[in-house]
Ligand binder design. Structure first.
Ligand code: UDP
Length: 647
């Protein structure tokens, strides 16, 4: 393995990371006693279980002798272990929580040299119903009481094992329309969303984090105006508390832009609705901006844009995203995620591209293996996942990497680097998926996919990067024959795993350079403050300068108004120092090389006006992005992150 991986294996998680791990991640037995006490032990468990998947998904194993089989699995266990224990690659929380559920504890931690083939076979056999490893799900909701309450039950089952769920509620007939069965009136999608919200609020207890939901209503549904206002009065606690809501744009975003610019109207419709109504697109956008200004909701999801680049469209269709938006999915699809900490790959004044290539390839195999050792809560989900084998490999630590490289986040140089970084990851991840297709078999729907059928199909829009020719070449040649996964990439929020990695989250700028984060103590439910000062700043800024400004920095979170050299101010920008447009452009830079989507928040200062918010909603239609989430500072009473001052 690469030296850098070794180097990071010797760096222990910070005290803050260790606290989070002990509170929520380290496995305990039924008596509540810790079975693991270190990140290394957790890494061993996860690496071992995911390596055991080779028994389930590798036809070549049949041709090997038992000794060769054992060696094969052990060598993958070691490769996975190196990546995870170094915290250079971390899979999504459900994989960390649940890998090994049901398995004899002794098998999960015994020394690698003592592992036998039967031990791996037992791991595979003993997995129980809690062995659920994916973060993202989409459940369809049909227009009938039976359909709706089937979905409520499915929400409960998925939440129980730790998955986040999204649904598009547009199939439900609008409020006030006729119900033949009862000769009554339908109450409409929004009232039913409250039922889902309540179901999840009850099920959440006893699990290691709160449930997370995404509710979508398409822009042409008759209840769209009420939907946009559904989280009004949101205090962060009561109103549809578990839902992020988004307006779905099923058509191409350019169509909506044209209607907006020409002050056109959109016809609202539903097959079960006899009414006729048109709404001005400008009115819808004004209302979205007003509500987003107040509450942060609704966002927008460009379903048409997602399907435009979806390799199985129109055989399959993306109908919704998961709660944070990074994955668009069809009915009953799920996806597991994993993220590479790119900040750890900057070493000795250089970015280690060679290490990144190796890491990407191992990570793709890891995520593909997760599918096969996953125990899905519902059979329909297992079928949908296994016919296309979608993965979400992405990054975290981007902002901290830019700090080290001394490139301001809000600069063309940063965006150029972002495009190159993502294009490079995309190229090698897709190569790895084609290698796996050759080794283990293509995804079952491959022959119906656009990889096989469409001359010049590339599953993302591309822009300008150093790897464009190689990417085009890949999809023209290798991808025509071999592809293990319908999509491979996504950039997740990494809300928890970036803390475990002691790095900045996803592709986001740091929210603050110093802050207090509250974590719930599982044992007592108390909120405990953890203090952070950005590590790169600590290393780069002369100690005496930092000392001089430290208390002010903890209070303000940004260098912007502090008495320090301009150079530091320019490099160490935080979310609210960056203009909304620069946030959006960074989202676009990455999205151009990502086949799934990206989780990104466009942060705005508290002083932003409704018109400022509206400008970004309209601007979003002009860029190659797949959705929009805006957050105006202070618009919700409860924030996860807070400065020491406001705490
Ligand atoms: N998610 C969830 N509950 C949470 C946080 C996240 O169900 O409290 C799901 C959701 O689908 C989200 C995805 O996990 O989009 C990834 O979130 P993140 O990267 O923050 O998760 P991590 O792996 O860091 O815990």
């Amino acid at each position: 393995m690469h030296e850098l991986v070794k180097k990071w294996q010797n760096v222990a998680p910070s005290q803050n990371a260790e606290k989070i791990l002990r509170e929520r991640y380290y496995l305990k037995n039924r008596e509540g006693e810790y079975l693991e006490n270190s990140w290394n032990e957790l890494s061993r468990r996860v690496a071992r279980v995911i390596a055991a998947a080779e028994l389930l998904n590798n036809p070549r194993l049949q041709q090997m002798t038992p000794a060769e089989r054992l060696d094969h699995i052990k060598s993958w266990e070691e490769a996975f272990y190196e990546l995870i224990s170094s915290r250079i690659f971390i899979p999504n929380s459900p994989t960390l929580f649940n890998a090994g559920m049901g398995v004899d504890f002794e098998l999960l931690y015994k020394p690698l040299e003592n592992m036998k083939l039967e031990d791996y076979e037992k791991i595979v056999q003993q997995r129980n119903h809690l062995h659920m490893l994916s973060a993202c799900f989409v459940v369809p909701v049909d227009d009938s009481i039976d359909g709706i309450f089937t979905a409520v039950k499915e929400y409960a089952m998925i939440t129980k094992v730790g998955g986040g769920i999204g649904s598009n509620f547009s199939a439900l007939r609008p409020n006030g329309s006729f119900v033949a069965g009862t000769h009554g009136k339908a109450s409409g999608p929004i009232s039913f969303m409250h039922v889902f919200n309540s179901a999840v609020s009850v099920v959440e207890q006893g699990y290691r984090r709160r449930g997370a939901l995404m509710g979508i209503l398409n822009i042409d549904h008759p209840d769209i105006v009420d939907f946009i206002q559904a989280k009004r009065g949101n205090d962060g606690e009561r109103v549809l508390r578990f839902f992020n809501i988004s307006v779905g744009i099923p058509m191409q975003r350019e169509e909506i832009l044209k209607l907006y610019e020409q002050d056109g109207q959109i016809e609202l419709h539903h097959p079960k609705w006899v009414g006729k109504k048109q709404v001005r697109v400008r009115e819808i956008f004004q209302l979205m901006a007003q509500n987003a200004w107040e509450t942060g909701d609704p966002g927008m999801v460009f379903l048409g844009e997602m399907n435009k680049y979806y390799a199985l469209y129109p055989v399959r269709q993306i109908i919704s995203t998961n709660p944070c938006g990074e994955i668009g999915l069809g009915p009953y699809e799920a996806c597991n995620l994993g993220s590479i900490d790119v900040a750890k790959l900057y070493d000795g004044g250089k970015f280690a591209w060679d290490a990144l290539e190796k890491i990407v390839r191992v990570a793709v195999r890891f995520l593909d293996n997760v599918i096969d050792v996953n125990v899905f809560p519902i059979d329909k989900i297992e079928w949908a996942v296994k016919e296309s084998r979608r993965l979400g490999l992405g990054i975290m630590g981007f902002a901290d990497l830019l700090y080290q490289m001394e490139i301001p986040y809000d600069s063309e140089e940063a965006r150029r680097f972002a495009r190159n970084l993502m294009a490079f990851i995309s190229l090698h991840a897709h190569e790895a998926s084609s290698d796996l297709g050759e080794e283990k078999g293509n995804f079952p729907l491959f022959s119906q996919s656009r990889y096989a059928k469409e001359e010049n199909f590339v599953p993302f829009s591309m822009d300008v990067s150093d790897y464009d020719d190689e990417i085009k070449q890949h999809f023209k040649t290798r991808a025509k024959k071999h592809k293990r996964n319908v999509a491979v990439l996504a950039i997740a929020p990494t809300g928890s795993i970036s803390n475990i990695a002691d790095t900045s989250s996803g592709l986001e700028p740091n929210f603050l350079l110093a802050y207090v984060r509250y974590v719930n103590k599982q044992s007592s439910g108390e909120r405990e403050p953890l203090l952070y000062v950005n590590e790169v700043l600590r290393k780069k800024m002369p100690a005496e300068d930092l000392k001089r400004i430290e208390s002010e920095l903890i209070e303000k979170g940004s260098l912007k108004n502090l008495d320090v050299d301009e150079k530091w101010k320019r490099i160490f920008v935080v979310a609210l120092d960056i203009s909304p447009m620069d946030h959006l452009l960074m989202q676009e830079a990455f999205q151009c090389y990502v086949d799934n989507n990206i989780s990104k928040t466009i942060n705005m200062p508290n002083s932003a006006s409704v018109d400022d918010v509206l400008d970004i909603y309209v601007e979003a239609l002009k860029h190659k992005i797949r959705g929009l989430t805006v957050y105006r500072d202070g618009s919700l009473r409860t924030q996860v992150l807070t400065t020491a001052r406001s705490a």
